[in-house]
Design a binder for this molecule. Structure first.
Ligand code: ATP
Length: 365
């Protein structure tokens, strides 16, 4: 089990900077996610950790050991790919033992380790089958066993569940989580699926255009986004534009809808700064009677209502034509219907004030 440190790692492909000066500290035994939209550089970063790509700049460390120029087979990492990458002409047993046969492990030891790895992923009964006699989920479990069998210091996973159907994906999520808890190894997992990252990670780095935008636990990132990109990428968000009118315990923002109070995403906001007030759909509720003193309120017309069983979703057109998304949980009756004029309340604690400076990029985290 080792920690992984990335220090100002950069990778270019011709003119594309796929990964731009990324620094990260991943602890021993941590289940760490690289999350971001397609093309943001997460696979390239993972491949540099594995050793498949050499960075143009920066360093990769496993514990205290600088592995930047160490070939992949000398890093002791196990890799799991989206497409499983199993040998079709070999049995499950042979696929799993392949990595060991390259390492001159004796027969007895090999059998013991293959059995143990297959047992960890509940695939021992399938040892003699060929991969094309297995379901997608079973193939991915074999791929996992193949990564585990070499007893790696770090396990790297690149979108391992993307080829599975929705139900199986949920099942495999749980199995990978259980496995990570059981073996306690450092695991780095690439995905573009924010739900996967929210549900499984200890911490994650959210990437955009080759940069790390923000690092934290699911809760930290969801509740304290520091940029518009992040607020929008993880969960749903409403953004109301305005200008800071007062800074203090609460920050006040003048908007076309009136003053909105909230808490700034980071220190240093000043009067006159252009900002966005960010509020999640579940942070808003319909005013019934008088709103609590100090709460923000806005008024608008209901454009759309969708009943989804456990939630009811509303889209409300505000006076400045910003569409506001509102979610009510456990809805018994609708709170409003299309065309109604409604008033909504939301506590300042639910409002994060974000600088209007495009994307906030954290170079060192
Ligand atoms: P996805 O989720 O779609 O796999 P990603 O976040 O993993 O995306 P990367 O595959 O790391 O993104 O790619 C980052 C950028 O580098 C993209 O612009 C991509 O086109 C470019 N890129 C990646 N690999 C190569 C390569 N071998 N040659 C040239 N450009 C590449």
């Amino acid at each position: 089990m080792v920690s992984v440190t990335l220090d100002q790692v950069t990778k270019r492909f011709d003119r594309v900077v796929a990964v731009d000066r990324v620094s990260l500290e991943i602890s021993e035994g941590e289940f760490f996610f690289l999350l971001g939209p397609s093309g943001c550089g997460k696979t390239t970063l993972l491949r540099m950790i594995a050793g498949f790509y050499e960075p143009e700049g920066g360093r990769v460390l496993f514990g205290d050991r600088d592995v930047t120029n160490v070939p992949p087979n000398e890093r002791n990492t196990g890799m799991v790919f989206q497409n499983y990458a199993l040998w079709p002409h070999m049995s499950v047993q042979k696929n799993v033992e392949y990595g060991l046969s390259m390492r001159s492990v004796n027969r007895e030891e090999m059998d013991k380790r293959v059995y143990r790895a297959l047992e960890m992923v509940q695939m021992t009964p399938y040892a003699d089958r060929s991969p094309n006699q297995l379901s997608g989920g079973q193939q991915q479990r074999v791929a996992l066993a193949r990564a585990l069998v070499i007893e790696p210091d770090v396990i790297l996973m690149d979108e391992p569940l993307s080829n599975l159907d929705a139900r199986l994906r949920l099942e495999m999520r749980q199995q990978i989580l259980d496995l990570q808890r059981e073996i306690g190894k450092t695991m780095i997992y690439v995905t573009h699926d924010q739900k996967e990252a929210l549900a499984m990670s200890h911490r994650m780095a959210v990437m955009n255009s080759g940069h790390v935008v923000q690092v934290g636990t699911a809760r930290e990132l969801y509740q304290n986004p520091q940029s518009q990109f992040l607020a929008d990428f993880i969960g749903e968000i409403n953004l109301i534009a305005g200008t800071v009118s007062a800074v203090g315990e609460e920050t006040s923002v003048d908007t076309k809808l009136g003053v909105i109070n909230g808490r700034p995403a980071r220190d240093g906001l000043q009067k006159g700064d252009k900002v966005f007030c960010a509020v999640r759909p579940e942070g808003l509720s319909f005013v019934e009677g008088e709103p609590p003193p100090g709460d923000n309120t806005v008024t608008g017309d209901v454009r759309n209502v969708v009943y989804l069983g456990e939630v009811e979703q509303y889209v409300i057109d505000l006076a400045d034509e910003t569409p506001l998304r509102v979610v009510e949980y456990d809805p018994v009756n609708p709170k409003a219907k299309r065309g109604d004029t409604v008033r909504l309340q939301f506590s300042p604690s639910k409002v994060v004030i974000l600088s209007d400076e495009g994307d906030v990029r954290a170079e060192t985290v």
